[in-house]
Design a protein around this ligand. Structure first.
Ligand code: ADP
Ligand code: MG
Length: 394
């Protein structure tokens, strides 16, 4: 079964080749990559100032390019949404003036990063983007594109190197130029992910710690349902609003720090739906910390139970799952050697994440393919490194 992930070296070779093709035989001078991510546990907790536990994936966005005289920018991507041109040309505004979003949509991630770049004023450049992160599949191709570009600009005009500020700048780029009010998780782990580790992020303080996840007998299987229900757009702001309402009813700024008991006491001051949303968030924050403890003890069975509880809570209380994700999770849990499985990302489609024994991976993929009504795509992954500069002799 095909679950192969292209090597970074192959993506780099492709990007270099396309650069020459596009720019009359010219050669790029710098190369970088930034990973997509999968969240192991802690879903819909980031914008509630809670904890999340993602890991960086071996799926990456590669950017190669070079600086050019003047203020002209040309960027080419090998993969864009079907209705969009793959090349964009624009002129940088004078320092301090805004760089407005526009068409194509994908270029707004690049423009946003230029706008929020924390180093010296950006000069003209040429760049080519090649990515193995599926676009819009819930593995954060958007953050990997932002972080890859930021890392690219760092090669041309170094900033102070502060990595947390870099992640925040990329998040701001997504807010201001793509119009997506995302939390900090995706950009944070794309910048700070560490090979062989998941990353516990405190989304309130932005403190973080790396949690070892490098047992060779263990694999993280990411399964793309290849469905995306169009509800996503309206449901996300609605969830954010309900969480805010619940926090207000508790007299708090956010649901972080609230307990289930406190929530029960305040139940009469909120409607039932708001209560259930808040209960998911409060319990999920707790589960994330319990999950970290379990991983530290190498208690994968316990971690797996927490993953399944997380899924059930997202399905029943937060109501962001869908039948395809539910099918994939229950099918995975039927296989011997699977510790746990859950939907991951915003929901209403996208991917599931499954923790399992490496020896069970083939039979799990077969079983999922058999039981799933759609066509899944599999990525057999291990926790990978965050954004980095690459050399061409890779
Ligand atoms: P996700 O981040 O889960 O993949 P999003 O909807 O947040 O989904 O981001 C997907 C969008 O990001 C795409 O529609 C496209 O505009 C942009 N994008 C991401 N990676 C690339 C790329 N390599 N080339 C061009 N556009 C990209
Ligand atoms: Mg995204």
């Amino acid at each position: 079964m095909d679950s192969s992930i292209p090597a970074v070296a192959d993506l780099l070779a492709e990007a270099r080749f396309r650069f020459g093709q596009e720019f009359g035989g010219d050669a790029p001078q710098v190369a970088v990559c930034a990973p997509g991510r999968v969240n192991l546990i802690g879903e819909h907790t980031d914008y509630n100032q809670g904890f999340v536990l993602p890991m960086a994936l071996p799926l990456v966005t590669v950017v190669v390019g070079k600086q050019m005289p003047g203020l002209d920018v040309a960027v080419v991507t090998a993969t864009a949404d079907a209705d969009e041109p793959r090349r964009v040309d624009f002129v940088l505004p004078p320092p301090g003036a805004p760089l407005s979003p526009g068409a194509p949509r994908w270029a707004n991630y690049v423009k946003g990063v230029i706008q929020h770049y924390r180093g010296p004023p950006v000069q003209g450049f040429r760049a080519v983007v090649v990515s193995s992160v599926p676009l819009g599949g819930g593995l954060s191709s958007s953050a990997s594109l932002e972080v890859a570009f930021y890392t690219f600009l760092q090669q041309l005009h170094p900033d102070d190197g502060d990595l947390v500020s870099k992640a925040v700048a990329c998040q701001q780029a997504e807010h201001s130029h793509a119009g997506v009010p995302c939390g900090i998780m995706d950009q944070f782990v794309s910048v700070l992910g560490r090979a062989g580790h998941a990353l516990l992020i405190d989304c309130r303080s932005l403190e973080f710690s790396a949690v070892p996840l490098s047992d060779p007998a263990l694999v993280v299987l990411v399964t793309d349902s290849n469905v995306k229900h169009s509800l996503t757009g309206s449901e996300y702001p609605a969830r954010r609003r309900q969480c805010q309402e619940a926090a207000s009813a508790l007299g708090r700024d956010s649901l972080r720090g609230a307990s289930v008991e406190e929530l029960q006491e305040a139940r009469s001051r909120m409607d039932d739906v708001t209560f259930r949303r808040a209960r998911h968030v409060v319990e999920e924050i707790r589960r994330t910390l319990d999950g970290v403890e379990a991983l530290q003890r190498r208690d994968y069975r316990r971690f797996g139970q927490l993953m399944v509880q997380s899924h059930e809570s997202l399905r029943d209380l937060y109501q962001v799952s869908c039948s395809e994700l539910d099918q994939l999770v229950s099918a995975a849990m039927e296989v011997e050697g699977v510790y746990g499985s859950r939907m991951t990302g915003g929901g209403f489609g996208g991917c599931t994440v499954t923790l399992l024994e490496a020896s069970a991976v083939q039979r799990t993929m077969l079983h999922l393919q058999e039981r799933y009504s759609g066509t899944p795509t599999f990525y057999v992954t291990t926790a990978s490194e965050g954004a980095r500069a690459l050399t061409f002799d890779l």
